[in-house]
Design a protein around this ligand. Sequence first.
Ligand code: CO8
Length: 256
Amino acid sequence: MLPSLQAHQDCLILTFNRPEALNALSFSILDHLVKLLEEVKKSSARALIITGSGDKAFCAGADIKELLGRTRQEQQAASEFGQSVFQAIENLSIPSVALINGYAFGGGLELALACTFRLATPNAKMGLPEIKLGLIPGYGGTQRLSRTIGITKANELILTGKTIDAQQAMAMGILNKILESGNTLDQAVAFCAEFSSYSLPVLSFAKSAILRSFDVGLHEGLKVESNLSTLAYSLEDANEGMQAFLDKRKPQFKDC
Ligand code: CO8
């Protein structure tokens, strides 16, 4: 079954619904993700949580059955398409959270790396095992893993294809948090509550400025920051936030 989208409090929950194949990412699932992301953009949600159905897997990666016997052109197009879908997740104006509830391998971990935050259940296991299939990651893993945890550990994970558990992933800086067992969706929603009452446009400026730091040198990055922090300053919400501090009250942000 294709992934689904459901509202839960202030959040939207995108769930992969293919537990019999450990939520492996078929091309039709990637196509459907594009439509769901359009719905996310139109919604008033303050965060997107992505997770997998069942208790075994977040997502076991690209559907290996679909990968065999394709032309170079088909493979290149598929890689670029998958990258564009994950980039659309990364570039959402609202923060995204990967709730890694079990296996996250290959494209599954690449998807999680495109999210703003990564939470994992204690039984989560993850890695980029493409090298064992005679492949390398093709949905952004080589670029985002090294940016996330540094080249030393990225080389180790990608060149050995080894599996790591939640504790190791936390120590490497892949994860923001390891959740307690049980009620993991509620815990993910509670995690989102740590930022979701802030001004949405200001959250998106912060997210954009941080992302741009990967693309540009320090000089240009500082200019990006200066422009976006001035844009934030020009919103009513900045006025409200600073005034509320001086009035010793809780700010009432209006996303404008
Ligand atoms: N694709 C298709 N089917 C899968 C996948 C997958 N990635 N992973 C698991 N499945 C299926 C199995 O075939 C099995 O189906 P069936 O019951 O019909 O035989 C079912 O899910 C259950 O899997 P297992 O019996 O293997 O479950 P285990 O608990 O024993 O093992 C593992 C779980 C360790 C996760 C194991 O299934 C595994 O190693 N899966 C493959 C993980 C992997 O290598 N992922 C990387 C894929 S390649 C990739 O993501 C590249 C992305 C970039 C592509 C760019 C070009 C398009």
